[in-house]
Design a protein around this ligand. Sequence first.
Ligand code: HEM
Length: 88
Amino acid sequence: VGSNKRIVTPAELALHNTQKDMWMCLRGKVYNVTPYQDYHPGGIDELMKAAGRDGTALFDEIHNWVNVESMLEKCFIGQLEISAGGAN
Ligand code: HEM
C-alpha cells in the first residue's frame, strides 16, 4: 500500500498531540511533525497549538507561502478522512 493510500481519521490524529509524538493536519494531509519540531523557526510552542489537530488556519495566518508539502514530504503519513458532512 502506497503512503498516499493511507487514510487517517480525526480520532487517530488526535492521539498524537504531544511533543514526543506530534502529528498535524495541513491542507488535508497528515504529517508526523515530531522530527521537524527542533527545526521550526517559530519554535515548538507554536507547533503545539496545532498538535493532533488541523493546523491549516494557524499555519496560513503566519506563513501561507511556506511549501509544507515539499518541506515535510518525508513526514507525510496520509490523507485526513473527510467527514460525512464534507467539513473537517
Ligand atoms: C516561522 C515552517 C507550522 C508559527 C516558520 C518558518 C518556516 C516555518 C519555514 C520561517 C518563515 C520565514 O522565513 O520567515 C513551518 C512548517 C510547519 C509550521 C513546515 C508545519 C509543521 C506552524 C504552525 C504555527 C507556526 C502550526 C502556528 C501555530 C510560526 C511562527 C513563525 C514561523 C509564529 C515566525 C517565527 C519568527 O519569525 O519569529 N515556520 N511552520 N508554524 N512559524 Fe511555522
